[in-house]
Write a protein that binds this ligand. Structure first.
Ligand SMILES: NC(=O)c1ccc[n+]([C@@H]2O[C@H](COP(=O)([O-])OP(=O)(O)OC[C@H]3O[C@@H](n4cnc5c(N)ncnc54)[C@H](OP(=O)(O)O)[C@@H]3O)[C@@H](O)[C@H]2O)c1
Length: 222
């Protein structure tokens, strides 16, 4: 574990995306707390993570306890549960940075962009957590199974948030999982990446692709 790195809670870290991200961050030396609606399930998921080089173990706690203990709170839960889970951890977040990964997929038509009344999942999170919460949305377009494989993942992470310093913190988290993070402006722009996930699902289906991704070209020095 690297003492200078923030302690990360991954709410929904028992699931596809959260567990894959947590695994990569653990290997990169971050202290990880898996959050779940069930502390026992969280502990089981944490035990599966490859531990940091110094043998520090990832831990599993309830979502609320995980959010209380962490420096940065990453939320990786289905859209249908986003509001209730954010509501359940809201009082534990305080002035911590929240990184929301939610994509508002509405089965069965997941290849069709369908945004919620708030405009996007990110703006839904904003409405639940309030205007004072530090909130960034990211990781919408990376397939969890790609993160589970070894090696870098061939796509960028589009990062949205109203505070450039908070976005930059998530650029570092993207680098730590082997991806390039790109500043993409305010939280309100998150709708673009969230909609792109449905586009990518359609592309995967049409071309039998194993996880199509997004690359931003033309950035000097990047
Ligand atoms: N999977 C991907 O490749 C991917 C890629 C980009 C973005 N995303 C987005 O990331 C978020 C998480 O996706 P995911 O595929 O990781 O989701 P998932 O595996 O289906 O669920 C993640 C976790 O959410 C918790 N959860 C809370 N309410 C739930 C409910 N009603 N039903 C099922 N699980 C519930 C569960 O944890 P506990 O039971 O432990 O509480 C579960 O392990 C979604 O918003 C998704 O759109 C996913």
């Amino acid at each position: 574990m690297n003492e200078n790195r923030p302690k990360l809670a991954v709410i929904g870290g028992t699931g596809n995306l959260g567990h894959a991200l947590a695994g990569r961050w653990a290997r990169a030396g971050y202290e990880i707390i898996i959050g779940s609606r069930s502390a026992d399930k969280a502990a089981e998921a944490a035990a599966q993570l490859v531990t940091a080089s110094d043998g520090t173990l990832a831990r599993g706690l309830s979502n609320h306890e995980a959010a209380l203990e962490a420096d940065i709170v990453v939320v990786a839960v289905p859209f249908a549960s986003q509001e209730s889970i954010l509501g359940a951890i809201a009082d534990a977040v305080g002035d911590k940075l929240v990184v929301d990964t939610t994509v508002p997929l509405v089965p069965p038509k997941v290849a069709r962009a369908q945004m919620p009344d708030a405009g996007s999942a990110a703006m839904t999170a904003r409405a639940v957590l309030g205007d004072d919460t530090r909130l960034v949305s990211a990781f919408h377009n990376v397939a969890a199974h790609k993160l589970k494989q070894d090696g870098d993942v061939d796509c960028d992470v589009l990062i949205f948030g109203d505070d450039p310093a908070d976005r930059e913190a998530v650029v570092e988290l993207a680098q730590a999982v082997g991806m390039r993070g790109v500043h993409c402006g305010p939280l309100a722009n998150s709708v673009a990446a969230e909609a792109l996930t449905s586009v990518l699902i359609g592309i995967n289906k049409r071309y039998k692709a194993d996880g199509a991704g997004i690359r931003i070209t033309g950035i000097p020095g990047a």
